[in-house]
Design a protein around this ligand. Sequence first.
Ligand SMILES: C[S@@+](CC[C@H](N)C(=O)[O-])C[C@H]1O[C@@H](n2cnc3c(N)ncnc32)[C@H](O)[C@@H]1O
Length: 285
Amino acid sequence: MSLHCTWSDMLAEASARLAKAGVEDARRDARLLLADTLGVETGELILREMDMIDGAHLAGFEDRIRRRLAGEPVSRIRGWREFYGRRFIVTGDVLDPRPETELLVEQGLRRLPPGGRVLDLGTGSGCILVSLLAERADASGEGVDASDAALQVAARNAAALGVAERARLVKGDWTSGDMGAWDLVLSNPPYVSEAEFPDLAREVREHDPRIALVGGVDGLEPYRTISAAARRALKPGGWLGVEFGAGQAEAVTGLMTGAGFAGIEVYRDLAGIERAAFGQAPGPA
Ligand SMILES: C[S@@+](CC[C@H](N)C(=O)[O-])C[C@H]1O[C@@H](n2cnc3c(N)ncnc32)[C@H](O)[C@@H]1O
């Protein structure tokens, strides 16, 4: 294309290239990447679409489109993703937060008492913990992760979203977290089985860290440990909320029941897939 083109022409061209390469929502991705290149919100693009392109921005846009063509997700190219209405820093060290994980935040908020304390196991970018604390100024919590690099990203997000003083970030495993100290334990652990891993979409397999994806041989290993550990970590009457993969609801709720949780409720994501469950520890609420 020559420099006599408009951004609208470039958008059309880039969308066609992405679509040809099999990118599902090619037009949307091209728009997000153009907005990122121009440093504007996507809603403002309409004001810029008829502008003539300029060399400096064109190079930046082309670089972003090439990365997308090579399978890199938009959030990693931009370095951020919106989650529960806030902007989270996303790097190659953390799982790219998924919209369905907002269920844990939404249902966790309903169950968090005034001045409540929340433990987020496998915090990654910190999206669950930081969202809860940003929504509730009276709450405090701890995010645990086995990955130092992920914890650094979580710390940046906690600072950027103004909750760092109420968010302790700790290197550890599913059994970390003081005993009997928490009103709410939340976790979106890795839940893909070893056998399923090679069949994941390239975008996921190559760009999300493996430690954030694979949950042992059958994908349920983390839930076995988390259900038992959360029973010890929760105050009497506290709640455990977990996310899981498609088809895992029965197995995961069975593990929660086996660990002594009651009143189990399962929630579906926007695609209608059973995606999260909450259960209550025995004792006074
Ligand atoms: C599916 S990601 C979830 C990240 C984030 N909570 C979210 O919902 O986007 C799972 C996280 O668990 C962490 N993890 C994996 N194994 C762990 C373990 N044994 N103990 C603690 N964290 C672990 C990974 O590093 C990763 O950040």
